[in-house]
Design a protein around this ligand. Structure first.
Ligand code: PGA
Length: 254
């Protein structure tokens, strides 16, 4: 595993965007696995800048998002559909048909989950999957206790995640109780994982994910099974790590 500790959130964002931009350059038809939440916003801003100022071309790029709430209309400003269009897609030259986000409003949610997995397969899998991490160690909406082999499915959100996300809603009562999320097994099949974390509230989860045992109690610890995972984190999120890590990309310590 590669762990890069940066001074600031901006530096995390720039490096993450650079890694994604390199892939987009080298593989114009790449499949990007994307995440919502506050963490990836800086990377998205930088990708938008690269598109505008440097002509970074997304015209053949395909995207797959990790998760979506159940029961929020796509144009609800808290839906992950809305988030992705507002914060990335509408600012770049992606083809709408190439955007994939789990459908939290499907009549048959289970069928929609299976279909999502098939779409990922049909596109040859995800090349690089961007991940945040929850303060409870979740990845996507795979909460503690999620099977490490899980696939895209409907999940119940924990109270902690609902509380964490309540800041985006008028009140916690408005935070949906269910979601559709890629499974941990789905995420582990991406060819590369890029996990971003910043701030002291993530320090415990980052330490458990990186240096703790692999356990369903810390879903992010499953990334230890992946052959190509890079953590890009700031000093506050790294504060509880015990091993020694680097501040630059290196290709020798994966
Ligand atoms: P955040 O969420 O980026 O808003 O901190 C990350 C997550 O819950 O996975």
């Amino acid at each position: 595993m590669e762990v890069i500790i940066k001074e600031s959130y901006d530096q995390i964002s720039l490096l993450a965007a650079q890694i994604i931009a390199d892939l987009v350059h080298h593989r114009p038809r790449a499949s990007l696995g994307l995440a919502t939440g506050s963490t990836p916003l800086g990377a998205y801003r930088e990708l938008i800048r690269m598109h505008r100022e440097e002509g970074l071309d997304f015209s053949q790029i395909v995207t797959f998002n990790l998760d979506e709430y159940v029961g929020l209309a796509e144009d609800n400003d808290q839906s992950y559909h809305y988030f992705m269009w507002e914060n990335l897609f509408k600012h770049i030259n992606i083809i709408p048909a190439n955007v994939h986000i789990p459908d939290g409003n499907a009549k048959d949610l289970e069928e929609a989950c299976e279909h999502y997995e098939m779409e990922i397969d049909d596109h040859g899998g995800v090349d690089v999957q961007l991940l945040g991490i929850g303060s409870n160690g979740h990845i996507a909406f795979n909460e503690p206790g999620s099977s490490l082999g899980s696939r895209t499915r409907i999940k119940t959100l924990t109270q902690q995640t609902r509380r964490d996300n309540a800041r985006f809603f008028a009140s916690i009562d408005e935070v949906p109780k269910y979601c559709v999320t890629m499974g941990i097994g789905t995420i582990l099949e991406a060819r590369k994982l890029l996990l971003l974390a910043n701030g002291a509230s993530k320090a415990e989860a980052v330490a458990a994910a990186l240096e703790g045992p692999i356990t369903a109690s810390v879903p992010a610890s499953a990334v230890q099974l992946h052959p190509d995972v890079t953590f890009i984190i700031d000093k506050a999120a790294a504060a509880k790590l015990k091993r020694e890590y680097h501040s630059e990309l290196s290709r020798v310590d994966r």
